[in-house]
Ligand binder design. Structure first.
Ligand SMILES: Cc1cc2nc3c(=O)[nH]c(=O)nc-3n(C[C@H](O)[C@H](O)[C@H](O)COP(=O)(O)O)c2cc1C
Length: 395
């Protein structure tokens, strides 16, 4: 264990034992170890205690007034689950297979860039946890560790999240490297074509007294600028004038992408029925309903509200993946019942990582899988295939 991890654990133990923790409501007492966390919010509290303010702001922020971020979570409360009785639930199997990948459960690791800002174990810690629990792991173009090392730590094919960039030859280099590293799916993120307004992140940066220019590019006015050259995926690539996204891209890009690779192409960030239909027409192998965790457009609409529309547009032709606001196994169940085939988590595993590294990520996966299993027991759904909209009631 490195000394930073050691100090962080010592700090968490200290906080858990302090009178401050005793003042917390019993249901949110500080978890001194990953195993003490009873739900993902215990890990959120533990991560908050040790992650510096600017990095915490980066993780927690939505855009504008964070309405979409809140809507993502709130949308799950609009559905209740219908309990069923006298079903033989002595054996529950939540394993599944999506786009050729076998998963211990439909809970999937969604891509988060810059994980080193939360914990030194970063992407490798997440990959090791995904390996132990056998969950699908999608890595960000903005990963902190080196793709090939993450792939080795995961020990099974990763999925690669692609930012398109504004230079097609660079995009091709990224995609080909991902394919060489054994990735079987490339998920192109399309929800951020031209900037965003992360107000909460900017506010929390002001509270951080550390010297940001030690690690980030900072302009004369003190604003951070993207430092693509420092990102591991861009090693050896000329990043002069390179943008991570391109505002001028249109649906033709999907064909270009398909021509570049034999990986399956998923479009991450579909929220409208029309776009779901176009995605199928343009040859996508899958779509992912996502609004970047409420960090792209301030639509005020939770992804769970968009899911039925997208499922209708796809009409069973390709798998629909989902993320946004998932904090409970019952949330996973509801997304599956509305037609998702796999359900991604973002912030919850980042909280686990920030607090306890790999052990924290493993704990998050265990908690969500336990809660999912119990939701399946209560609803009388013994396999993922048996989860259906018949279990849902408008709350
Ligand atoms: C700090 C942070 C960084 C993210 N980085 C990326 C990224 O690099 N690429 C991407 O496609 N999505 C990124 N996302 C979005 C996630 O993949 C995912 O869609 C979202 O976090 C799901 O919502 P949740 O955090 O409520 O679970 C990021 C999200 C967060 C919170």
């Amino acid at each position: 264990m490195d000394h930073v991890t050691h100090n962080r654990r010592a700090l968490l133990r200290f906080l858990a034992a302090s009178p401050l923790a005793a003042a917390l409501p019993w249901e949110r007492a500080m978890a001194a170890t990953a195993a003490d966390a009873l739900d993902v919010f215990d890990l959120e509290a533990a991560a908050r205690a040790v992650v510096p303010p600017a990095h915490w702001g980066y993780l927690q922020s939505g855009v504008d007034g964070d309405a979409t971020l809140r809507a993502n979570q709130a949308a799950f409360g609009h559905w209740g689950l219908k309990p069923r009785r006298f079903v033989d639930v002595s054996h529950i199997d939540y394993s599944t297979e999506v786009l050729g990948a076998k998963m211990a459960s439909p809970v999937m690791i969604s891509p988060i860039g810059g994980l080193r800002s939360l914990h030194l174990e970063a992407d490798i810690g997440v990959a090791r946890a995904a390996r132990v629990k056998n969950q699908q792991h999608m890595v960000s173009t903005q990963m902190s560790d080196v793709l090939e090392d993450i792939a080795a730590a995961r020990g099974a094919p990763l999925w690669f999240q692609l930012y398109t960039t504004n230079r097609i030859e660079v995009t091709r280099q990224l995609v080909q490297r991902a394919q060489r590293a054994g990735c079987t799916v490339v998920a192109v993120t399309v929800d951020l074509p031209a900037g965003r307004n992360t107000v909460t992140a900017a506010r929390l940066r002001r509270e951080d007294t550390r010297q940001c220019s030690n690690c980030h590019l900072v302009d004369a006015a003190g604003n951070q600028r993207p430092n693509t050259a420092a990102k591991t995926m861009f090693a050896g690539i000329n990043t002069e004038g390179l943008g991570l996204t391109s505002p001028s891209l249109t649906w033709d890009f999907i064909k270009q992408l398909k021509d570049m690779t034999t990986m399956k192409v998923v479009i991450k960030g579909i929220e409208a029925r029309e776009d779901a239909e176009l995605a199928v027409e343009h040859g996508a192998d899958g779509v992912m309903v996502s609004n970047h965790g409420g960090r792209a457009m301030e639509s005020g609409r939770g992804t769970l509200e968009s899911l039925p529309d997208v499922v209708a547009g796809v009409a069973g032709r390709i798998p629909v993946l989902f993320d946004g606001g998932v904090r409970r196994g019952t949330d996973v169940f509801k997304a599956l019942a509305l037609g998702a085939r796999a359900v991604g988590i973002g912030r919850p595993y980042a909280w686990g990582l920030g607090a306890y590294g790999q052990a924290g990520v493993e704990r998050v996966l265990d908690i969500l899988n336990l809660e999912l299993r119990l939701a399946m027991v209560g609803a009388g759904a013994r396999t993922v295939k048996e989860i259906s909209a018949a279990s849902l009631v408008k709350a």
